[in-house]
Design a protein around this ligand. Structure first.
Ligand code: BES
Ligand code: MN
Ligand code: ZN
Length: 514
């Protein structure tokens, strides 16, 4: 588990260049020689900064940074300058990356304390900015290093405090007001809480399927309920209980595995009467071999990530309970493994779902929609929420449509979809709508059952969405296909390779700030 508490984000009074820390950092936008902070730092260092910027072709672009020794000219031993691109134009993910870049530069320099002058975007954007900086600090120090045995991986991180300077030129003797201090703490705590939940989801995704089994996910959910005793409760349904409820689709997917399927249900209840009831459903296939419609080895290699939706909804509950919400929140995940064995479900099988719909299986690799269909019926009938959302690494087709970084969002409830997309814009998680075109339903016709589980080649993300819609019925519902962004094969500063924890931020944003 990443020890987020070992590194704290604090307030440091300006001016930046006088801060009594190991390292000072700031952002420049475009040509550094035209930047006033750059100029004053360069002057204090006797012109070294401009020399290094020139020799390292530092042009203040996004992704660039330089580190310079100060040789005792200011209290800090090093100055880090990061490129901010075009002034005032950066997105939330870019802010996270800036903070992550500074954190990583500090780690490289073995600094224990630093002061970072945050971009000056005006008072109305400061809380958001502070939150995203705090997120970037912790997201940027995330590493999944449990299985690396070399000494270099065992060193505890040196950085203890990431100081933020909010005012570059404070009047002498003027301290921030109590309200300003409070606002700072609230924003930073929010960012740290969300980052901890994202990093927790990353751990669950990055752990091998041999470790994160359906039972392990259930244990994780129970631990979150225990941590928030009083506001969060956990119910775990075993396979027998799921059979009693008639979850024929969910249980069929897991029946080829020696790992017992587990149905997880977490509930958060606010102290006051809740304004509404929301349910977040996550796909929890802890390993997807494809079943008898077996995946080729290369496509199977990364299929431990197929529980990323479950990881997101479970981890988000931790942050939601910490931050508090005025709505009742449910997190649900039908967890199982999709394997081949003498017990496994087969092509041609006809399954009966929890709502009675019969489904002919024409592809055992379209298993996610089967597990989710029953989870949706459970949520719709047992929880009866005002709104429900599902998050699933559901289709390769969604990645073909939108690329590897964007989630596909489908819904026929315009108002709910809009509120959700607005929340995603605030967090900077990349999501894009796909049409739930009802005409494609013809692909799901079966001659012997109410439906079959797989359509043909075209519109694969949409036919999966239409399959789920059968079970959502009239309950306001949004489907989010996260097959692409759940994990990445190329890193950015705030997002190393592997599980990303995608959707956690928007789930928390949606539930806690409506
Ligand atoms: N878990 C996969 C989808 C997936 C692919 C997630 C790549 C992450 C990265 C899902 O269960 C699956 O196998 N989908 C099939 C559906 C098809 C059989 C209709 C797919 O996309 O090929
Ligand atoms: Mn599959
Ligand atoms: Zn799958």
């Amino acid at each position: 588990m990443p020890d987020v508490s070992a590194l704290s984000v604090t307030h440091v009074p300006g001016p930046l260049l006088q801060a009594p820390v190991d390292l000072v950092a700031f952002v420049t936008y475009g040509d550094p020689t035209k930047d006033s902070i750059f100029k004053s730092a360069d002057q204090a260092l006797g012109g070294v900064l401009a020399d290094v910027a020139k020799s390292e072709s530092f042009e203040g672009k996004i992704g660039q940074s330089i580190t310079v020794h100060t040789h005792g000219r200011i209290p800090a031993r090093r100055v880090v300058v990061v490129g901010g691109g075009v002034r005032g134009e950066f997105t939330n993910p870019a802010v996270r990356d800036l903070a992550a870049t500074v954190t990583q530069a500090a780690a490289k320099a073995s600094a224990t304390t630093l002061a970072f002058l945050i971009p000056q975007l005006g008072a109305n954007r400061e809380a958001q900015l502070l939150q995203h900086v705090a997120e970037g600090v912790h997201l940027g120090s995330y590493k999944f290093g449990r299985y690396l045995t070399g000494d270099e991986h065992k060193k505890p991180p040196t950085l203890r405090s990431f100081g933020i300077v909010t005012d570059p030129a404070p009047k002498a003797g003027k301290k921030p007001s109590a309200t300003q201090q409070k606002a700072f703490t609230v924003a930073v705590t929010r960012g740290e809480t969300i980052a901890a939940a994202i990093n927790h989801a990353r751990d669950l995704i990055n752990e091998p399927a041999a470790v994160i089994t359906p039972s392990a996910l259930a244990a994780d959910a129970l631990a979150i309920a225990k941590k928030h005793k009083g506001s969060v409760t956990a119910t775990i349904l075993d396979a027998k209980k799921c059979a009693e409820l008639g979850m024929g689709m969910f249980l069929a997917v897991g029946q080829g595995s020696a790992q017992e399927s587990k149905f997880i249900h977490l509930t958060y209840k606010p102290a006051k009467k809740p304004k509404k009831r929301i349910a977040f459903i996550g796909k929890g296939v802890t390993f997807d071999s494809g079943g008898y419609s077996l995946k080729p080895s290369q496509s199977m290699e990364d299929m431990k990530v197929d529980m990323s939706g479950a990881a997101a909804v479970i981890s988000a509950m931790d942050a939601i309970a910490t931050l508090g919400a005025d709505v009742e929140v449910h997190a649900v995940a039908a967890c199982c493994e999709n394997l081949v064995s003498g017990q496994a479900y087969k092509l041609g099988d006809v399954l009966t779902s929890m709502d009675g719909t019969t489904v002919e299986i024409n592809n055992t690799d379209a298993e996610g929609r089967l597990t989710l269909g029953d989870a949706i019926t459970y949520v719709r009938t047992k929880i009866q929420p005002d709104e429900m959302f599902d998050f699933a690494t559901l289709t390769g087709a969604c990645m073909v449509a939108l690329g590897p970084y964007t989630a596909g969002v489908m819904s026929d409830h315009e108002a709910l979809l809009k509120t959700w997309m607005n929340a995603s814009e605030r967090t900077g998680e990349d999501m894009w709508r796909l049409p739930l075109n009802g005409r494609l339903r013809e692909q799901l016709k079966s001659p012997i059952a109410d439906m079959r589980n797989t359509g043909d080649r075209f519109g694969g993300a949409i036919t999966a969405g239409l399959f789920l819609k059968t079970f959502a019925k009239d309950t306001p519902w949004v489907h989010v296909d996260i097959a692409g962004p759940a994990s990445v094969s190329s890193a950015r500063p705030s997002q190393p390779k592997g599980g990303t924890g995608f959707a956690v931020a928007t789930i928390v944003e949606y539930a806690t700030r409506r």
